[in-house]
Design a protein around this ligand. Structure first.
Ligand code: MN
Length: 235
């Protein structure tokens, strides 16, 4: 779940893939995602995740639930020649609207092949998707891409958020990212928010959206609907 840092109101969620085998064994994403990337299965897996998110978003809209879904895109997926067309096809099949989604792309994915990334992000933007840079500040960043790329959101990496308040270097980095992002009219999302002190710091520094265990742990979609209902009662 994600909430507005100022009002505490929900704004949507990030879709996360989880794998439990028929025998009940839990396989964490840091084990299966690298294997999927090595074998090329990441493209069908990524498309499946987007398809499930699109079906969910369409159901939610029909039920009057206004929740945006952020979907992670792997750099390997982006290199697939039909990446954008596949997303378009899924939108058609599920009758979902691109404006309901934010596609999260890691900074390293962008920097690996800048020219290709610019082209793809522009195509995604033209289709009506929002685009976020994930794990901002941890990659081989070049600030020049912020000037040229069609992006809407910066996600402040949890390694900075985790050390807020007890490490003044993290405080300074987070403040700088927020100031940079707001100057560029980008939405700022902090991930990995676990304490009220971190949330207060981020709100006062001007961060727009909070995500992390303090807001809500990752949960199945059905449970998220229940979480939304409880949020509405709290307001
Ligand atoms: Mn992400």
């Amino acid at each position: 779940p994600k909430v507005d840092a100022r009002t505490g109101r929900h704004v949507g969620c990030e879709a996360l893939a989880r794998w439990r085998t028929p025998a009940g064994e839990y396989i964490p994403p840091n084990r299966f995602v690298p294997v999927a990337e090595q074998t090329g299965l990441i493209s069908p897996l990524g498309n499946k995740v987007f398809q499930l998110a699109a079906q969910q978003a369409t159901r939610w809209r029909r039920a009057g639930i206004d929740a945006h879904i952020a979907v992670n895109v792997s750099p390997h997926q982006m290199r697939h020649p039909r990446f954008v067309q596949q997303l378009q096809q899924i939108l058609l099949d599920t009758q979902a609207d691109p404006s309901w989604f934010e596609l999260e792309i890691t900074e390293n994915a962008v920097m690996e092949e800048v020219a290709q990334a610019v082209r793809i992000m522009n195509e995604l933007g033209q289709l009506g998707f929002r685009v976020a840079i994930d794990d901002f500040g941890t990659g081989y960043s070049s600030l020049s891409y912020l000037k040229n790329f069609n992006i809407h959101t910066l996600k402040i990496d949890l390694s900075f958020v985790r050390d807020l308040i007890r490490d003044h270097h993290s405080d300074a980095i987070v403040r700088s990212i927020i100031s940079l992002g707001s100057g560029l009219d980008l939405t700022l999302v902090a991930e990995g928010v676990e304490t009220n002190e971190q949330a207060d710091f981020l709100r006062e520094a001007g961060c727009d959206i909070l995500q992390g265990y303090l807001i809500g742990k990752p949960m199945p979609a059905m449970q998220f609907e229940q979480w939304l209902r409880e949020q509405a009662l709290d307001l």
